[in-house]
Design a protein around this ligand. Structure first.
Ligand code: HEC
Length: 108
């Protein structure tokens, strides 16, 4: 149910964005996450978006430095697995999430 609501929200946001684009001739500044994202990082992005917004709003992927993500993600992966009552994110998934977040992280 939550996922359905989220999808509806995503669609609504996307619709709002595309509507705005047609109104204004000036190109909108692309969000950092969508700039030249290596396709190999898309799995990490999807995992992040799927599992990391369940308890708090999804944190901005470009709102933290690499170091900050490195320290917080393992802690949060434990929470994700605890909440699910099973291991939904293993070492491989944790690495994929980190690779994605490191790629878009705030510089310095
Ligand atoms: C089971 C609930 C839960 C899930 C799922 C969860 N979080 Fe959190 N998150 C919390 C809570 C509670 C806090 C605040 C307390 C804390 O920092 O431990 C928090 C805080 C954070 C913070 C701020 C912490 C800081 O020190 O700046 C970040 C960043 C974060 N979460 C990222 C994530 C990421 C990335 C994932 C997915 C891997 C995730 N969260 C999944 C519960 C969750």
């Amino acid at each position: 149910m939550k996922k359905v609501l989220l999808s509806v929200l995503v669609v609504a946001v996307l619709a709002a964005c595309s509507a705005r684009k047609t109104e204004s001739a000036a190109p909108a500044k692309a969000p950092v996450e969508t700039v030249a994202l290596d396709p190999a990082l898309l799995t990490g992005k999807t995992l992040y978006e799927t599992h990391c917004g369940g308890c708090h709003p999804l944190k901005k992927a470009d709102g933290r430095t690499k170091e900050a993500w490195t320290s917080v993600v393992p802690r949060m992966v434990v929470k994700v697995n605890k909440k699910a009552g099973k291991e939904v994110l293993g070492e491989a998934e944790k690495t994929q999430i980190l690779n994605y977040l490191h790629a878009v992280a705030k510089k310095s």
